[in-house]
Design a protein around this ligand. Structure first.
Ligand code: 5GP
Ligand code: ZN
Length: 112
């Protein structure tokens, strides 16, 4: 499958990894939108949050817990934001589920 995040998982595209276990991978975004911008992805190809199934419940929980742990490791004690862009109108550009972990600056609302 021609999926850049599956290629990051299998190592054929390099990335700056911050965490890896049997079910997920976290790495720095190549075009950071904040001083800390990390993507947390499942190793399994799930196209988007809209495609997630009841079977993925534990996996989704692990992604969120990992994001919170990574935020702590990255000294984001003052706060951070987790974003899951979903579908074309949601601004999703890579069709492999990913959480954006953003921090190190003041976030604003509403997002763009
Ligand atoms: P989306 O726009 O789908 O919410 O987020 C996709 C993110 O993946 C973007 O922030 C983009 O900068 C990042 N990205 C796209 N290609 C690569 C890549 O090859 N390596 C890394 N580390 N990030 C990527
Ligand atoms: Zn994929």
């Amino acid at each position: 499958m021609d999926c850049i995040f599956c290629k990051i998982v299998d190592g054929s595209i390099p990335s700056r990894k911050v965490r890896e276990d049997e079910s997920l991978l976290a790495f720095f975004d190549v075009e950071p939108k904040a001083p800390i911008h990390i993507l947390v992805i499942p190793k399994k190809h799930v196209a988007s949050l809209a495609e997630a199934k009841a079977d993925d419940e534990a996996l989704l929980g692990r992604l969120l817990i990992a994001a919170a742990e990574i935020a702590r490791e990255q000294q984001l004690g003052k706060g951070f934001r987790v974003v899951i862009s979903t579908g074309a109108e949601g601004g999703q550009t890579v069709d492999h589920l990913h959480l954006h972990l953003l921090g190190g600056r003041q976030m604003h609302w509403p997002p763009g």
